[in-house]
Each structure stands twice: as C-alpha cells, then as structure tokens.
Design a protein around this ligand. Structure first.
Ligand SMILES: Nc1ncnc2c1ncn2[C@@H]1O[C@H](COP(=O)(O)OP(=O)(O)OP(=O)(O)O)[C@@H](O)[C@H]1O
Ligand SMILES: [Mg+2]
Length: 316
C-alpha cells in the first residue's frame, strides 16, 4: 500500500492553481518534496492533512480519504508546519505534553513521550525554558518534537531546515534521516533547496507550478545525470586530443576544469560500463596514460537548473 496516493488532485484559489491534476504515489521511507517558492508544497501537505479541501481529485493517506476521514489521518500523521507557530510563553516540554494529550495520550504517557522526543531532537536541557527565548534552530526542533510525540506512522515536515545555518541544517537533516531509518516512520519532507534533499531522501518528487515534474528514486536522479571525468597524462594538449577522439567516437565529451574531460552519460549501469570501456580504449589508442576515470555526481540542483527535471518519470 502506498503511504500517500493522489489522483487528479487539484487546488484552485481565486487567482492561482496551487495544485494542478497531481497524480502521485509515495511509498515508505523518506521522500523529498522539492519545488521553488509557490510550487504548491505547503498546499499539498495541508490537503493531505485534510486541513484544506481540494477543488478536484482525491487523496488517500495511509488508506484514508483525506476529504472524509481527516481526523483519522491526523491521528496517524505528524505535521511540522512551515512557519513559526509556537506560543512564546510556554516551554517546549509543556507544549509537547499538551500536543500529546491532544492526540489522545493520557497525561503520564504524554509526559514520558514528550521527554523522549525532546531528548531525541536535542532539546533535553532547554525544554523547561519558554519557547520565546529559543533560537530558530531550537524552535525548529521543538516543532519537530511535537510532530513526533504521538508515535505517528507518517510525518509531513514542511521546510524543516528553513532559517537554519549550515551546521544546524546538517543536524536537522540527520534527524530527519533518523526518523526514517531508526523509527521506521515514513517521511515526506519539503524544501526549496534541491541539493539538500538528495542526501536524506530515498525518493524525490519535484513540483513546479502545482504540477508534477518528476517522481523517482534519488539514485535514478543522480545516475541519470552523472558524468564521467577523465584525467590523462601526456604531452601538453593531451586532454584536447582525447576530447576530440571521444567526440569522433560518438561520445558527447567536453572540456572540464583543470584539464579534465567530462563525458555526460545517461542510462543504466551496463550503458555506463560500456562508455567507460570506450574511454579506456580511446586513451590507450592515443598512447596516453589514464590518471583517473571517475563519476561526477550532479546534484539535484543541477538537474533542476539544466531543465532535466522537465521530464516526468513516473517510476514511483
Ligand atoms: N490561502 C491561500 N489563498 C490564496 N492563494 C494561496 C493560498 N495558499 C497558497 N496560495 C497560493 O498557492 C500557490 C502555492 O503556494 P504554497 O504555499 O503551497 O507554495 P510552497 O511550495 O509551499 O511555497 P514556499 O516555498 O514559498 O513555502 C502560491 O501561488 C500561493 O500564493
Ligand atoms: Mg511552503
């Protein structure tokens, strides 16, 4: 069963179509939801929670129809909202205990779970202080803790790295990864920073203007766009000779920085191996020494910028 399934899901506001006939299937594990500002990420998450009604189409979360069964969805799903929504005069401990009780936990159990999740997100020491005095990083952690307190099957995290510096961003991404791997909770995590999701996601969904641009495994994403980098040893100009010879052999070789030759490759492992063999043979034929032949993994960001994400690959 898919964790999230949508069919023709559409959300229209008076001036804009926030979601446009979205057909989506999300499985277990960690799924990155990528898109620029206004792409429809937050709208999708709110529709999935049953907080915002769709204009057309259907969405099911953990088997429940979000239009008719929103309460059941929200009892099984944790939600970390995008914007700062925490009461400043309450401690993280009180907030998370309260959210646990709202989800149906008895007081004692809510206290115990709150202490656990706050420790897990790294707010053990500060949890009795009012949230108003927290840094942005601490607030994001408190928001994450309240999403986890009722032991959900799925969490929807809306831009958890928003406003964080690089170190805090890495910590947050590591936490997100652990929610998926250590606790087996399915995760849908959104970001407009395409590069950061490739590190934590098993699967990536790209939205653009409310439409699905692409949905595929992160490894396919990287593989489909990787290049091979070649460095050779020989007289001056050897890299140019190699580049020309590769082009003559039908490979799309181009110069790269530092006298390297870059050969973009698409396709599966067998196709890549064949290209590697041809590069090796060409180097030998030219009487050059092969110093290195390695993969250059493009980041999802590059894919997006190059327009590669324009292909819709529904291998969900
Ligand atoms: N309540 C609303 N009323 C009218 N338009 C809305 C409303 N909520 C969202 N929109 C519009 O729908 C589109 C999608 O917005 P959404 O917030 O889902 O994007 P997003 O991908 O989350 O963007 P961001 O990265 O800025 O958070 C935008 O054009 C936005 O202006
Ligand atoms: Mg948003």
């Amino acid at each position: 069963m898919h964790v999230i399934e949508t069919a023709g899901l559409t959300k229209r506001y008076p001036r804009v179509t926030a979601l446009d006939a979205l057909d989506l299937a999300v499985g277990d594990g960690i799924t990155g939801l990528v898109g620029a500002n206004g792409a429809g990420k937050s709208t999708l998450i709110k529709v999935l929670l049953g907080l915002v009604p769709a204009t057309h189409g259907t969405a099911r979360v953990l088997g429940h129809d979000v239009a008719t069964d929103g309460a059941a969805v929200r009892s099984l799903v944790g939600y970390m909202p995008e914007h700062d929504c925490l009461p400043p005069d309450v401690s993280a401990s009180d907030l998370v205990v309260h959210m646990g009780q709202m989800s149906g936990l008895p007081y004692a159990a809510a206290r115990e779970r709150a202490a656990d999740v706050l420790r897990h997100v790294g707010l053990a020491e500060e949890r009795y202080r009012p949230i108003g005095g927290y840094s942005t990083g601490m607030k994001q952690r408190a928001k994450l803790a309240q999403a986890l307190v009722h032991d959900p099957r799925l969490v929807l995290l809306d831009e958890p790295t928003n406003g964080l510096d690089p170190a805090a961003r890495d910590d947050m991404l590591a936490l997100v990864r652990r929610i998926g791997t250590d606790f087996g909770i399915a995760v849908l995590v959104s970001s407009h920073l395409l590069g950061e999701l490739e590190r934590v996601s098993d699967h990536v969904v790209v939205l653009d203007g409310g439409r699905l641009l692409r949905s595929s495994a992160t490894t396919d994403f990287l593989h489909a766009t990787g290049s091979l980098l070649v460095e050779v040893q020989g007289p001056a100009g050897s890299d140019r000779r190699l580049g020309q010879a590769l082009v003559d052999a039908g490979l799309p070789a181009r110069p790269a920085e530092g006298h390297l030759v870059e050969v973009p490759v698409a396709g599966d492992d067998a196709a890549r191996d064949a290209v590697r063999d041809r590069i090796r043979d060409t180097v030998v034929d030219l009487g050059l020494g092969l110093v290195r032949l390695q993969e250059r993994h493009h980041r999802i960001e590059d894919v997006f910028r190059d327009g590669g994400a324009g292909r819709v690959d529904q291998s969900a």
